[in-house]
Design a binder for this molecule. Structure first.
Ligand SMILES: [Zn+2]
Ligand SMILES: [Zn+2]
Length: 542
C-alpha cells in the first residue's frame, strides 16, 4: 500500500467575511502555528462594547500543541487581541522589530509579563518546533510588515499579510502549495498610489501655508509621520505630537530607528504658543473621527492643552474606514464651523492606501504561482472577487478555496478538502470583562437605549403582606416625570388597582405580583404613548 501523502491543515479563526480580528492556524506535523491575533471594532448595535476579539476555544483546547504566534505586522487588526490570547495561552510570539516594539508596549499596558517575545529579521528563516518559518518583507502602511511562509511536509504555506507593491517588489517563492492573500482592495482597479505622491502634496501645502498646520493620520502610519516631519523641517516648522497612541508610536518608532526626527525639531505641546503660527506643525490622532481622539477634542474645543485658531489649516491624511464616514464628516463640519481651513481626501492627494489594488494582486499571484489559493482579509464580497480574479488568471476553480471562520481545510499536494468545523466566532470585550457581555445583556442595552426604563417601587409589610407605601414610579430615558405628571399619576393608580386585585384574590407570591404589575403597566403605557420602556417592579419588605 502506498504511503499517505503528507498533509497540512489550515484553520481560520478570524478575518474571513470581515476586515479585522485576523487569526489563522496552520497545523503541520501535529504542531500549531498561529498567524496574527487581531481585534475588530464593534458594530453599532454592540452597545457599549470596546473591542471584539476571536473566539479562541480551539486554541485553549489545543494549548499543548501551539508552537508560537507569528505576526505579519503591527496593526490592531493583526495584534490587537494578543493580550487577551496570551492570557489564555502563553506561547512565544514572533515578529519583526517594529511589530515587537509595539507588542511589547501593548503587553506592558495590559500588565502582562513573562511572555517570550522573539524579534525576527525579514529574509531570515528559523526553525520553530519542527517547521522552518520565513518572514518576507512586504510594503504596507506600517514599516516592517511581512508575509510569512511556513515549510510543511505537504509544501510551502504562504500568507501575504497586508501588502501593496511600492518600489520594493517582494521576493518570489518557488513551489508554494497554498497562498492565503489579503483581499481588502480587490475591487479597486489599477495600482495603489505611491507614498511619494503624499510627500509631494505635503510639500505644496507646507510651502503655501502661513498658519499653523495640524495633520491628523493613523498613529501606526510611521511613513506618513516621517513625511510630515520632513515637510515641517524643510519649511522650518517645529513639530508637536498630540494624542496618546500617536505619542506612543512616535516614541517606539524613534527609539527603534524607524522614524528620523532632526534634533530640536520636536517640541512639547505646552510650548506650542511660544512660536509664531508659521513655525508650528502638529501631528495628531483622530483621522477616523473617533470621539475621544485629539482631533475631535480640538474640533469641540475640549482639548486640554491646545485650542484651534480660526486661520489654522487642518489636514486629514487618511480616508475613512468603511463605517467611519459619518463620524469623519461630523468632525470635518465642526472644523469648518470654527473657521478652520480643512483639507481632506476629496480635496487633495493626502492619503494613499496600504493595500494592494487589483493589478498588484495579479502581480502577487503571478509571482507566487501557488497550487492552491484561499482569499483572506476581506468581507465576503472581497473574498468572492479575489477568488474570481484567481480564476481569471487561470487557476482551476477546484484549486480555489473559499474559507470561513471555523473552517478546517486539509491539503496535500494533490488537493484540498473541508473537514468538520471547529468553534469560532466573536468575543466581546467591555472594560475589564472579556466575554461576559452576551446576547441577553446586549438585548437589554438595546431596549434601554431605545425606550428607557420605568422603576416601580412598592413597600410591603412583612406581617400583613399589605402595601404600606408606594407605589412610586421612577423614569429614566422614558419620559421626563415632571412634565408627565398625569401619565405617572394614572400609572400609579393602575398599579394600585393591580395590587388590590392581588389582595382580593389572596395572591401573595412576589413573582406573580411583579408580573401582573409589569404586564398591566406595559399595556397601559403602550396604549398612551406607543412606547415600550423596560419595566422593573421592585418590592421592599419592612
Ligand atoms: Zn489588516
Ligand atoms: Zn495592516
Amino acid at each position: 500500500m502506498a504511503k499517505p501523502l503528507p498533509k497540512v491543515k489550515i484553520i481560520p479563526l478570524g478575518g474571513l467575511d470581515e476586515i479585522g480580528k485576523n487569526m489563522t492556524v496552520v497545523e503541520s506535523r501535529g504542531e500549531l502555528f498561529i498567524i496574527d491575533s487581531g481585534l475588530i471594532f464593534p458594530e453599532d448595535e454592540m452597545l457599549g462594547i470596546d473591542i471584539v476579539i476571536p473566539d479562541i476555544s480551539f486554541l485553549k483546547k489545543n494549548k499543548e500543541r501551539i508552537r508560537g504566534i507569528l505576526l505579519t505586522h503591527g496593526h490592531e487588526d493583526h495584534i490587537g487581541a494578543l493580550p487577551y490570547v496570551l492570557r489564555e495561552v502563553n506561547v512565544p510570539v514572533y515578529g519583526t522589530r517594529l511589530t515587537m516594539g509595539l507588542v511589547e508596549y501593548k503587553l506592558k499596558e495590559h500588565g502582562l509579563k513573562n511572555v517570550k517575545l522573539n524579534v525576527i529579521a525579514t529574509g531570515e528563516s528559523l526553525m520553530i518546533g519542527k517547521s522552518k518559518v520565513e518572514f518576507i518583507a512586504v510594503n504596507h502602511s506600517i514599516p516592517d510588515a511581512s508575509a510569512i511562509a511556513i515549510h510543511t511536509d505537504a509544501g510551502i504555506v504562504f500568507h501575504s499579510g497586508d501588502f501593496k507593491i511600492d518600489h520594493t517588489p517582494i521576493i518570489g517563492k518557488k513551489g508554494v502549495l497554498l497562498m492565503m492573500c489579503e483581499s481588502t482592495n480587490v475591487a479597486r482597479e489599477g495600482y495603489s498610489m505611491s507614498e511619494r505622491t503624499v510627500g509631494a502634496t505635503f510639500d505644496d501645502i507646507f510651502m503655501s501655508t502661513k498658519s499653523r498646520i495640524i495633520v491628523a493620520t493613523f498613529a501606526s502610519n510611521v511613513h506618513r509621520i516621517q513625511q510630515i516631519v520632513n515637510a515641517a523641517s524643510k519649511f522650518k516648522r517645529k513639530v508637536c505630537v498630540s494624542g496618546r497612541s500617536m505619542v506612543n508610536v512616535v516614541r517606539v518608532a524613534q527609539e527603534l530607528g524607524y522614524l528620523k526626527i532632526p534634533k530640536n525639531c520636536l517640541i512639547d505641546i505646552k510650548d506650542v504658543n511660544k512660536y509664531p503660527d508659521n513655525k508650528i506643525a502638529i501631528i495628531t490622532t483622530g483621522s477616523q473621527g473617533e470621539a475621544m481622539s485629539a482631533l475631535s477634542r480640538l474640533s469641540s474645543a475640549s482639548h486640554r492643552q491646545l485650542e484651534l485658531k480660526p486661520k489654522d489649516t487642518v489636514i486629514i491624511s487618511a480616508t475613512p474606514i468603511p463605517g467611519n464616514e459619518k463620524s469623519v464628516s461630523r468632525v470635518v463640519n465642526a472644523l469648518f464651523k470654527k473657521g478652520v481651513n480643512v483639507i481632506y481626501d476629496e480635496l487633495a492627494d493626502i492619503h494613499v492606501s496600504g493595500h494592494a489594488c487589483k493589478e498588484e494582486l495579479k502581480f502577487m499571484h503571478a509571482l507566487i504561482k501557488p497550487k492552491f489559493f484561499m482569499p483572506v482579509h476581506g468581507e465576503f464580497r472581497h473574498l468572492k472577487l479575489h477568488a474570481q480574479l484567481a480564476s481569471e488568471m487561470g487557476m482551476k476553480d477546484k484549486n480555489i478555496f473559499m474559507g470561513h471562520n471555523g473552517a478546517v481545510l486539509e491539503f496535500n499536494r494533490n488537493g484540498g478538502r473541508f473537514l468538520p468545523n471547529v468553534q469560532a466566532g466573536k468575543i466581546l470585550v467591555d472594560g475589564l470583562g472579556v466575554g461576559d457581555v452576551g446576547n441577553i445583556v446586549l438585548r437589554d442595552r438595546k431596549h434601554l437605549s431605545e425606550d428607557g426604563l420605568i422603576v416601580i417601587v412598592m413597600t410591603m409589610s412583612k406581617e400583613t403582606g399589605l402595601i404600606v407605601s408606594g407605589p412610586d414610579i421612577v423614569s429614566r430615558g422614558f419620559v421626563y416625570v415632571r412634565e408627565s405628571e398625569k401619565l405617572m399619576d394614572e400609572a400609579k393608580r393602575n398599579v394600585k388597582r393591580v395590587l388590590d386585585n392581588c389582595e382580593k384574590n389572596n395572591i401573595t407570591d412576589w413573582t406573580t405580583i411583579k408580573t401582573q404589575v409589569r404586564e398591566s403597566i406595559s399595556s397601559y403605557l403602550y396604549e398612551k404613548t406607543k412606547r415600550n420602556p423596560m419595566i422593573l417592579p421592585i418590592i421592599m419588605e419592612i
